[in-house]
Design a binder for this molecule. Sequence first.
Ligand code: NAD
Length: 427
Amino acid sequence: MSYSLLSDANQRLEKALRYVSLSDDVTERLRYPKASLSVSIPVRMDDGSLRVFQGYRVRYDDSRGPTKGGVRFHPHVTLDEVQSLAFWMTFKCAVLNLPFGGAKGGITLNPKELSKFELERLSRGYVDAIADFIGPDIDIPAPDVYTNPMIMGWMMDQYSIIQRKIIPAVVTGKPISMGGSLGRETATAMGAFFVIQTAMTHFSQSPAQTTVAIQGFGNAGAVLAELMFRAGYQVVAVSDSQGGVYAKQGLDIPSIRRLKDSSRGIRAVYCEGSVCSTVEHASITNEELLELDVDILIPAALENQITAENADKIRARYVFEVANGPTNSAADAILEAKGIHVFPDILVNAGGVTVSYYEWVQNRSGFYWSLDEVNRRLEQSMTAETEKIWAIAQELSVSLRTAAYVHALNRLGDAIQAKGTQDYYVS
Ligand code: NAD
């Protein structure tokens, strides 16, 4: 799976390269990660035994600034996967015009098998192992799958212990009390919401007439579902790893969120909670959710959900990719042929890294912004970059994904070319 993720990402790059006039130097540079670090992390377990975990940190490209990217704790983490995620981060930061390159990190483990003490020792051990590779002006980690603000706090604290001074800007996604930014936890969903609002102005369709299905009801999916519900969209289906629910007349998202917090899952919520009695609903599988006849489909769970196997069955008119890599490149062509507008992950979910950038700025200036200030700036950035990508897609008659890559490539190309290319040295 990891190999296919990276080769898929490269296919999109190759496609976008047809529409930009950049030196071959740029393409050559972007084919390889700048640096990949592989580390062993010894951890003293609660029973006294010693376990050694495998960890990685990859800095893909730093032409536009220090590299930025999350740290993933997951049993499937491999160097290949981390490299492909770092590649994506490079393009995502360029799409949003953040002064960052792309990076990613990970540790191969099932975090649910560790106690909290073990998790803290592992997080601090990871920072001990990569301390020379990161820093506020070099590479700035953040949360990703199965890592959270508390883990980021431990990592920042450990780096500060090593450096003998407090350095909050080395990690983002920290608890607010340790220099985290207001609005970081909701930033991905909020950013996606601004992209959707901007996009829908081009399709003359009001929220009340627009039906929405969301796969994944976690940090990103559940917050976005509520934002859309409150804006008047008809959110007719949501799902989590246990399955989903569908109600033609729309779901009461705040009730689902409230009940899910104190229950096992969405289906349990609907069948055992009070909402059951007020909304006529059907249980659906995640596969069925993807194939619903809705206006907007939002994959907000996992990668590789829309593939050559099911792309032909997708009936939504617009897809907004909140998850990283939910559509593979084989599905791209099928969706495009069906006239489905796919707003790509490197734009739609970039609100998270954008507010991480705001956190880094606040840490470095020592001046902290209000939530309104964070959201105002986020709206401005997400709206402006969505409009630019929309304009590129219209001008070049390409998909929104290719347009987003072209947009990022132009910015990356400028930075790489500014240091001199063959054209400069030879002509
Ligand atoms: P999360 O762990 O909070 O939530 C994931 C959700 O997906 C959960 O509701 C889980 O039950 C559900 N899920 C898991 N397996 C599923 C399956 N097979 N079918 C349907 N649902 C399933 O994660 P998150 O932070 O919400 O991230 C979701 C996606 O968004 C990921 O791809 C992540 O990389 C991407 N993303 C998140 C952020 C962020 O800031 N949270 C930023 C950028 C990208």
